[in-house]
Design a protein around this ligand. Structure first.
Ligand SMILES: Nc1nc2c(ncn2[C@@H]2O[C@H](COP(=O)(O)OP(=O)(O)O)[C@@H](O)[C@H]2O)c(=O)[nH]1
Ligand SMILES: [Mg+2]
Length: 296
């Protein structure tokens, strides 16, 4: 393409560097920090089936001693007994509480609100002592992708106000939503990247849909899931694929493919398709309620 005119002979005036009205952090962690600075408490959302794998290993550093309620989301998909062990383990000290919730239910909001008021009691007393006018405490929701952050925001605000999708940080149009005279919620969640140092952690994250499907091998994840079920107390869950497969001592994906008539070209069992089916059933809770890790 021919340039219009001769730019070399007509040096343009140096333009003033444009300074934004308010400098914004441009890394995910930078934005998260901004968000945390703006709030009095945090709802840290974990997947109730994998409270360890879905907790960011740098959590302590990220949240510091900011009052925090650890929300074990998707309670309906988790084994109640094993979940209780986690709740006891996670609630620690004055500034940390834990709560298991299912956002499929249209109740429980008052539990989260009263836990929020309780955990910010010291802060509210402090403000009152300084003679400051009482103001609502401000909360934000933080967690890994797909843990249920947006669903929590919608569930708590009672409107379809929260954006779904994964736009992190304090973005234009971010709003505080009042959920109680003394509590406001930021309508945009903070997103923590999934971290999987070990294969097992990665497989757990895969089984609970925290990492995207193109980031792991279906067959490997399904085999891991089958083995987990066989080592747990809920082996009977596999009976939904037929009595014979369900009572096998060493169930394999090949066996599952045969049981469910997943056949590939040439009449061979379609192991990949069987793996995909199993993973779907697991993720959607059709295989029952699980907690895949022990606290401690
Ligand atoms: N069964 C069940 N599914 C949930 C619950 N909360 C969220 N989900 C589902 O989990 C998926 C991810 O939720 P979303 O709020 O988009 O996660 P985010 O990425 O953290 O914002 C969606 O398919 C939700 O419907 C819950 O309490 N129970
Ligand atoms: Mg979301």
């Amino acid at each position: 393409m021919q340039p219009k005119g001769d730019h070399r002979s007509k040096p343009t005036k140096p333009t003033k560097p444009v300074t934004p009205a308010k400098p914004r952090a441009n890394t995910a962690f930078g934005r998260l920090k901004e968000q945390l600075q703006a709030v009095d408490l945090v709802f840290e959302v974990l997947d109730a089936r994998i409270p360890r794998a879905s907790q960011h290993p740098k959590g302590e550093e990220i949240f510091g001693n900011k009052p925090r309620i650890i929300v074990l989301a998707k309670q309906d998909l988790a084994d109640p007994e094993l979940l209780q062990n986690w709740l006891d383990f996670l609630a620690e000290g004055e500034s940390r509480d834990s709560l298991a919730l299912s956002f499929k239910l249209h109740k429980g909001q008052e539990k989260l609100i009263s836990a929020s008021l309780k955990i910010t009691q010291a802060k509210r007393d402090q403000l009152a002592k300084k003679g400051l006018l009482p103001r609502p405490m401000r909360a934000c929701v933080v967690g890994m992708p797909n843990t249920g952050k947006s669903t929590l925001i919608n569930w708590l605000t009672g409107k379809n106000k929260a954006r779904t999708g994964d736009k992190p940080g304090i973005t234009r149009g971010t709003q505080w939503v009042r959920v109680h005279p003394q509590l406001e919620l930021l309508d945009t969640p903070g997103i923590l990247p999934p971290v999987a140092f070990e294969t097992e952690t990665k497989m757990r994250l895969a089984l609970c849909n925290i990492i995207p499907e193109d980031h792991y091998d279906f067959v490997e994840a399904a085999e891991f899931g089958l083995a987990l079920i066989m080592s747990g107390k809920n082996r009977d869950a596999l009976k939904m694929y037929g009595a014979e497969f369900g009572s096998s001592e060493k169930p394999t994906l090949e066996g599952l493919a045969i049981a469910r008539s997943c056949v590939a070209a040439g009449g061979v069992p379609d192991v990949r398709r069987a793996a995909g089916m199993f993973l779907n059933d697991f993720k959607n809770g059709r295989l029952g309620q699980f907690v895949l890790e022990q606290p401690g």
